[in-house]
Design a binder for this molecule. Sequence first.
Ligand SMILES: Cc1ncc(COP(=O)(O)O)c(C=O)c1O
Length: 393
Amino acid sequence: MFSKKTIKSLEKSSWIRAMFEEGNKLRQLHGADNIFDFSLGNPDVEPPKAVKDALFEISKSNEKGMHKYMSNGGYESTRKAVADMISKEYAMDISLSNICMVTGAAAGINVTLKSLLNDNEEVIIFKPFFAEYLFYITHANGIPVIVDTIEDTFTIDLDKFTKAITKNTKAIIINSPNNPTGVVYSESDLIQMATIVKEKEREFGTNIFIVSDEPYTKIVFGNVKVPVMMKIFKKTISVNSYSKSLSLPGERIGYITVSPLIPNNQLLMSAILFNNRTLGFVNAPAIQQRIIEKCINEKIDPIIYEERRDLLYNHLISLGFTCQKPDGAFYLFMKSPEENEVNFVKQAQKFNILLVPGRGFGQPGYVRLSYCISKDIIKRSLPSFTKLAELYK
Ligand SMILES: Cc1ncc(COP(=O)(O)O)c(C=O)c1O
């Protein structure tokens, strides 16, 4: 009776939702303070004070027309502020005509894929992956092609990547820092990927685009630097978001940048503006755009997440668990001590620890921990992890 495609997707997307419901059940049973919920990637860190101040100031304004429709790409002044900021950051010349403000990275990726893909063209994603990619790709009538990464380090397997590119490949989604692993891809791996892409384009006479999904680029630890994708891949569309860098996921604000190096990039921009409109986003929220313009150089302090990472990672390693140390984002992807990680997740629940099975990200045998909970709760969770580890001694 209803859309078969959607009903099938509901079945595939059930893991995080299932954990969310499980969490609510446990919270009711034991009280919210006694549940160690590592399942949700929903930042608990408050936005910077400047964001709240800007919102307060805007709310007092008597300027007329503040709540009207606008160009589908957003306010010119906001796009210019974003363009100037990234021109400086990337050391490239990016103009406002290459920026489209969007309602978060989720909308940005949907709009971008819809603007790139013809029916049944392939989009490469790397395993483990942000589960929503599968649906974004199929919404745009594309075909997801899932490529394994190197075991345990989750870095790109260049051989497998090379083999996965066909004459039907239209785009590659790269997400660094990565959800769910926290891995930041090295410049040398990315440069090698760019060479492979160029060779394949030549071999097949095709154009292959990089969709760089960048919500976590401002959350990196220590001296780690995130390479600028547009400098490495000529045909890059980067999709950015303030959900994590300003802790504003409920406000739905981000932007797409189309590289000026893409031939005919203004036609692609027109397609992006058209799809932003006709997919029903129309334009990014007006007030949020004004806030971004006022807070263009603000970000949350990544040290908050770095301290949590250290606390959690060091304890898990000391207990004998295996995981790659994350360089960014706020996730840790840990090997399950038993092959079926769903059983491990159930064991963890006995100690009020909520984790997400790796199969929710296409990678069974692992679990994801999201450290969007306070250092204090993480500290209190450590004895529970110790008890959990004892089950596997
Ligand atoms: C890798 C990745 N891409 C995109 C998104 C969507 O983010 P936004 O809130 O900006 O739509 C998320 C959200 O968690 C994510 O982890």
